[in-house]
Structures are given as C-alpha cells and as structure tokens.
Design a protein around this ligand. Sequence first.
Ligand code: GRF
Length: 193
Amino acid sequence: MLRSIGSNKINTAVFISGNGSNLRSLLKFSKLKKSPICIKLIISNKSKAKGLRLAKIFKIQKKTLNFFDHSLAEKKILSELKKKKIKLICLAGFMKILSKNFITNFNGKILNIHPSLLPKYKGLDTHKRVIDNKEKYSGCTVHFVNSKLDSGKIIIQKKIKISKNETAQSLAKKILIYEHKIYPKAILKVFNH
Ligand code: GRF
C-alpha cells in the first residue's frame, strides 16, 4: 500500500451523500497519531449533503458530482483520485452503487459501512425491515466493497440488542454511535496497526 511521502499516511477519500457523521468520526480519527490514513478528498453525489460542511471545517478538498450520467461521474472521480494519489476509499453513507468497472479501475482498497449484521439486511430501509421482522439483534458492519451490493469480505461487526419498544429511528440512532467506533477500528485492522 502506497503511503504519501511526508505524512507517511495513506491518502484517503471519503464518499458521502448525507449528514456525514461517519465522515466526521473518520476525520477526527485521521488526526490521531495512530491513524494510518490522511483524508485528502471528500466526494459527494449531492451538492446539499450536510456532511460537505465538514470540508471547510477540516480544510479538506471536496468535489460534488451529479450522477445523471453514472459512468461519466465515475470517470471524473477516478481521474481526481489518481491526481491526488488516493489509495483508500471509505464509503460513508454514499447512496450510489459503484460499478464493477470503477472498482477494478481504482488502484486501491474500498471500504463501506452498513447498518446491519451483514449478510443480513443488505440494501436500503435496513432498520425498518429489522424491526418488522422482530429481530432480537442488529448492528453494523464494515466490509470491503466488491461489485455485489453490501457483499464484500467482512472486516468488523458490532452486534447490539434491540430494546422492547425499539423503532426504526431509535435503532438507527443507537447503531450510528457504534458505526462511529467501528469504522476507525476496521481501518486499523486492515492496515495492521
Ligand atoms: C449510516 O447509517 C451508514 O451506515 C449508512 O448511511 C448512514 C450514513 O450516516 N450507509 P452519516 O451520513 O454517516 O451520518
């Protein structure tokens, strides 16, 4: 894995579509001495994504692309990643599915966080489906990205108990707290720290 000269850390891009609370946790983590990553770029498919505000606060470059033409957007992103020598992508609430072509052409690792105990509950509306099915447990997973949705090799998982009167909203809130903890842990695990 190529590390950037000077900082000796892995150049990383974080892809978001919304609030960016996972992005915030990754940015904070990246500032720690023990962190193997340095976040150089934030990519969003939505110009109004709240998380983009963090770019200014943390002085990180950001780029917004509409995905009307999916393959063109991916092409532009790939060239940006190459320019910045990005070797790790962290998907953090990014709501677009990256193509097989993108994944094979990106010269580095891609990680994603998903709010369920994969392989259960891939895809959208996770918490609602978990509650509707009266599951006793749920959780979150960080995994490598491959060309199948939420299906790459699992790096780390956190299991949590579902309370009696749990709703999809309360569950989402509860799990998000653990997401913020396991994403940095997964990165440390991947890069053997
Ligand atoms: C998280 O629950 C993440 O697991 C899912 O989308 C949500 C994004 O939240 N893929 P945030 O934008 O990081 O706050």
